[in-house]
Design a protein around this ligand. Structure first.
Ligand SMILES: O=P(O)(O)OC[C@H]1O[C@H](O[C@H]2O[C@H](CO)[C@@H](O)[C@H](O)[C@H]2O)[C@H](O)[C@@H](O)[C@@H]1O
Length: 273
């Protein structure tokens, strides 16, 4: 059973070139799996205000177009939402922490939530909205999972609202995950970003994908740890965090979100030089 631990940090392109020298080569295909918020874009005040920089967009488009690179985005956002944020055609997207997946050719995989769980979801949205959508906090209803945001809540009220939200979520049997200035409510099913990543890789490369490809995953949040855990030993994963004491299932820590640009630049350099 893998365990979380403090891992080496990467702070620059030079670091990547030295610490991962030889991991990638032009003869071996690469599956590049990436989270969105806090990874491809800096966190913003509101989910509608994230900015994908021109250089990141250009790097992602170049990587997506490379014949040896398979690109998938695995996000906590709703599927259509994250697709519209990136607007890159022909790649695979997973939304709602992997509950809904659409590949580049339009093939879908939708995790069927049992009716009982769907009823609880509706009840959580109603209860959170009625009781706790106040003092700047709000409910992002993504139809399969939700995010309770409290970024604009006065600090003195945060603990109270957060605890009350967790209580409502858990009283309906849902999982409450701490996220960035938010609590994510996820259905109690054995499906997460890690399971979604494995399914995407199997569908794209077959059951023996570990023998055919290199895999890189990057994410910044607690929900990304599921992918880091399940990919341990079969790929290399990176957790974006400024915390030197952070314990993670990833292989490396990226010191800040801007180092993701270095990661994409490094991959682009390997495959295009
Ligand atoms: O899995 P991700 O792609 O990282 O999505 C995780 C959640 O991201 C969004 O919330 C977070 O980012 C917002 C914009 O930067 C920020 O305002 C908020 O405080 C963060 O929690 C998104 O709104 C959620 O739906 C995603 O689950």
């Amino acid at each position: 059973m893998p365990e979380k631990r403090v891992v080496p940090v990467i702070s620059s392109l030079t670091d990547l070139e030295s610490k991962l020298s030889g991991y990638l080569n032009t003869d071996t295909p690469l599956a590049l799996l990436l989270d969105y918020d806090g990874t491809l874009v800096a966190l913003a005040d509101n989910p509608g205000s994230t900015i994908l920089t021109a250089n990141m967009k250009s790097l992602l488009n170049r990587l997506a177009a490379h014949p040896q690179i398979f690109l998938a985005i695995i996000s906590g956002r709703g599927l259509r939402n994250v697709q519209s944020c990136l607007a890159i055609q022909g790649i695979t997207y997973a939304g709602n922490h992997g509950l809904e997946i659409e590949s580049g050719d339009g093939t879908r995989h939708d995790y069927e939530l049992p009716v009982e769980i769907q009823k609880h979801y509706t009840a959580i949205v109603r209860e959170l909205t009625e009781k706790l959508q106040r003092n700047g906090a709000w409910v992002e209803d993504k139809k399969l999972s939700l995010t309770y945001h409290y970024r604009d809540t006065p600090p003195a009220l945060v603990e109270e609202l957060k605890n009350a939200a967790r209580h409502i979520i858990e009283s309906h049997g849902f999982r409450a995950n701490q996220a960035h200035m938010a609590v994510e409510a996820k259905p109690p099913v054995n499906w997460n970003k890690g399971e979604a990543a494995l399914l995407i890789l199997k569908n794209q490369f077959g059951i023996n994908w570990t023998q055919k490809i290199k895999v890189i995953f990057a994410g910044d949040d607690t929900t990304d740890e599921d992918a880091m855990r399940l990919l341990q030993g079969s790929g290399i994963s990176f957790r974006v965090s400024a915390d030197p004491d952070l314990e993670t299932y990833a292989d490396f820590r990226l010191a800040r979100q801007s180092v993701v640009e270095d990661l994409l630049t490094w991959i682009n350099n390997v495959y295009t030089n």
